[in-house]
Design a protein around this ligand. Structure first.
Ligand code: GLC
Length: 431
């Protein structure tokens, strides 16, 4: 089997799921300015220590997080087990820089795993390839390390980088051994010459697949997931960030590549107290349907605060998204590219036997689907199954596209069942 068909096989259920929850959580929730604060403000390990000493998430209850994710219609989750600051939410035997040694006093990853698994949500681990705490990670000459250009770190340039690589491999082995079945490992990220075999990526992937045969791996260890012959470490999916690729993601041969965009709910991954610039539920649903219509997944982020609470705004948005998903998730799960051009009124997704019209914008009585390669048996409003008329306006023949009369479907706006856009399901005639 080619690497591409193995990849397609492995990612089937991950692609079916389409919608996941990203969770950025760690010591940086305390200074509350996002997870890059150490680098942005060039904070030393010593000056960051108070956050370690006071990390006391008294409200940490991942069951609540898991219930929220479930309600929102998310089918998998990815938690930052270690971010760039090197702090581990899990009880690693290879470091003291872990939740167990803070006032939290326990393995927070284990509770996450148990809670999300109990809700039937697939388990993902984010693991930072960067580590601003480890003494063998290059500092002085690195372009993003908090201590870059700092004379006191002149000698920290990764002379014994192999020790860091071993540390990292050991930790990944722990994560993929001690918590049962792990569905996704999300390495982050490669830059400059810090890429691919610098991380001993081939060895890492082999280990991951040996420990967790079905695991899905992102593409940030390096290589090119879109090339004709991807490296073993190029991963299973492309991972655009804060953007939705114009045409989805395809490889050099034009074949679709699994992809997942990760997007924040406000402007930050880690908790940021001052950032109230949240997207609306409508924005989120638009993004989700855009991703699905282009054959991709949406990994939507929450940044719980230092006490372990997901911000109220995020809860409200996800709850509203969940209301829409309750009625319309059929247009999301297992759906993908419809092979019909983008239409002015919205987006189209497709399952094996139906088209789903996500009608964002309507004007007149009927909306047209032009250049449609399928025959229709009939249409309903997805939310309640009620009949939707499909009827050609009497003079439609005068207004063909590419020699064909479009399909016409009654516009759903006049019986909007909820505040957010409606979906029309078209049953396809497969004969
Ligand atoms: C970037 C950032 C990181 C964030 C990630 C999410 O790589 O470094 O802070 O976790 O994107 O995709």
């Amino acid at each position: 089997m080619s690497i591409q068909s193995e990849r397609a096989e492995r990612t089937k259920s991950y692609c079916y799921d389409r919608f996941g929850m990203f969770i950025h959580w760690g010591l940086y929730a305390i200074p509350a300015e996002g997870e890059w604060i150490r680098s942005n403000k060039r904070i030393s390990i010593e000056d960051y220590q108070p956050y370690f000493d006071t990390f006391d998430p008294v409200n940490y209850d991942p069951k609540k997080w898991a219930k929220l994710a479930k309600k929102a219609g998310m089918r998998y989750a990815v938690l930052t087990t270690k971010h760039h600051d090197g702090f581990c939410l899990f009880d690693s035997q290879y470091t003291d820089y872990k939740a167990t040694n803070t006032p939290a006093g326990r393995d927070l990853v284990r509770e996450y795993v148990d809670a999300f698994r109990a809700e039937g949500i697939k388990i993902g681990f984010y693991y930072s390839l960067l580590d601003w705490h480890h003494p063998d990670y290059p500092a002085y000459n690195d372009n993003i390390h908090p201590m870059r250009g700092n004379e006191a770190y002149k000698n920290q340039n990764g002379e014994h980088f192999e020790r860091y690589v071993e540390y990292m491999h050991n930790q990944v082995r722990e994560l993929l051994t001690n918590y049962g079945k792990i569905d996704i490992i999300w390495f982050d990220f490669s830059y400059d010459d810090m890429t691919a075999e610098k991380w001993e990526a081939t060895k890492m992937v082999k280990m991951a697949r040996e420990l967790q045969p079905g695991i899905i791996i992102d593409n940030r260890m390096g290589g090119d997931v879109c090339s004709a012959e991807p490296e073993i470490y190029s991963g299973d999916f492309a991972s655009p960030e804060q953007m939705i690729p114009a045409w989805g993601v395809r490889d050099v041969n034009g074949d679709p590549v699994p992809w997942e965009t990760c997007i924040t709910l406000n402007g930050h991954w880690g908790y940021c107290a001052k950032d109230h610039n949240y997207k609306s539920a409508r924005n989120v649903i638009n993004m989700l349907m855009e991703c699905v219509s282009k054959g991709g997944n949406l990994l939507l982020n929450v940044g719980p605060d230092a006490k372990g609470n997901i911000p109220d705004e995020s809860i409200e948005i996800l709850t509203e998204v969940g209301e829409w998903m309750r009625l319309n998730s059929e247009a999301v799960y297992g759906c993908g590219i419809a092979d019909i051009p983008k239409h002015d009124w919205g987006r189209i997704t497709k399952s094996d036997d139906a088209l789903y019209l996500y009608v964002q914008d309507t004007c007149c009585e009927d909306i047209a689907i032009y250049d449609c390669p399928y025959k229709a048996k009939g249409a309903v409003l997805l939310a309640d199954g009620s009949y939707v008329r499909m009827q050609e306006p009497w003079n439609a023949h005068s207004y063909k596209t590419n020699g064909k009369v479009p399909l016409f479907v009654q516009t759903p706006e006049f019986r909007n069942l909820n505040g957010n856009a409606n979906v029309i399901k078209i049953y396809l005639d497969k004969e």
